[in-house]
Design a protein around this ligand. Structure first.
Ligand SMILES: [Zn+2]
Length: 123
């Protein structure tokens, strides 16, 4: 991901739904950092923490990767124990039942008494 030059903000100075520009800050000829300037009114934000970003990109991305990681772990552990792969899973025209517990189940249910269906049956 490259450095984006303009990011959407809702400016706290002028209230505009606009963009913020990243501008290098110089002390004489020496670059001492960057400031963020409202593209609409020119208001300068002293540092990135003060910029009223419209979308909080960093936390959102972090959450998403975190979540997908958990889902993968869950799928890896539990996938094989779903009722649909169990030898006691019976599909009727209207319901899916567990012949062991004699109750209605979902294909994605996870059962403590799961018994792996043989390869021949599952195809
Ligand atoms: Zn502004």
């Amino acid at each position: 991901m490259g450095k984006s030059l303009s990011v959407e903000i809702v400016c706290s100075a002028c209230g505009a739904d606009t963009l913020v520009k990243r501008v290098p800050k110089y002390d004489g000829f020496k670059k001492i950092g960057e400031i963020f300037v409202c593209a609409s009114c020119g208001h300068e934000f002293e540092d990135e923490d003060k910029v009223p970003f419209k979308t909080k990109a960093k936390p959102a991305v972090f959450d998403e990767s975190d979540r997908s990681k958990k889902v993968e772990v869950f799928a890896g552990n539990e996938k094989a124990r779903n009722c649909r792969y169990c030898c006691n899973y019976v599909v009727n025209p209207f319901t899916q039942r567990c012949s062991l517990h004699n109750k209605i189940v979902e294909a994605t249910d996870i059962c403590a008494d799961f018994e792996q269906k043989s390869a021949a049956e599952s195809t």
